[in-house]
Write a protein that binds this ligand. Structure first.
Ligand SMILES: [Mg+2]
Length: 139
């Protein structure tokens, strides 16, 4: 590993709590908490999602793959995704949501809605096989 990369944070070494602390510290230093009511964070989050998706607008899947091969484009997309994560974390802080607990709770709920034997390889919504699910739950 190059010496300048030694302390680069990564998903492997960074805890969600550290990310929350970093965004909270960033806004506290700027006295921005006063602007971070849940509704406003939600509006900002959707805005950032739009900025992220703007990079993909009117591009085919292959076009997006090619676009992401350019390091500048990839960095721009990374930064938009970081904005989305940043605002999601601020929303979690403001609403006292433990991100990891919420994430895994929801994954468990989704696993029940989309059992592998019914959902594998299908993009349909769970309501399309809701009857089968209900029968399975009753038996
Ligand atoms: Mg942005």
């Amino acid at each position: 590993m190059h010496s300048s990369q030694k302390n680069t944070p990564s998903d492997r070494t960074t805890r969600v709590a550290e990310l929350k602390e970093a965004v909270d510290r960033f806004r506290t230093e700027r006295d921005w908490k006063q602007f971070h009511k849940p509704k406003d964070l939600g509006v900002a989050l959707v805005t950032e999602v739009g900025e992220l998706l703007e990079h993909f607008r009117y591009k085919s899947d292959e076009g997006i793959t090619a676009y992401m091969c350019d390091p500048k484009n990839k960095r721009d997309v990374e930064h938009e995704l970081a904005d989305v994560i940043n605002l999601s974390l601020l929303l979690a802080i403001e609403l006292d949501i433990d991100v990891s607990k919420a994430f895994f709770d929801k994954l468990e709920v989704s696993a029940k809605k989309y059992p592998v034997h019914l959902a594998k390889g299908k993009a349909s919504k769970y309501t399309e096989y809701k009857e089968i699910l209900m029968k399975n739950l009753q038996s």
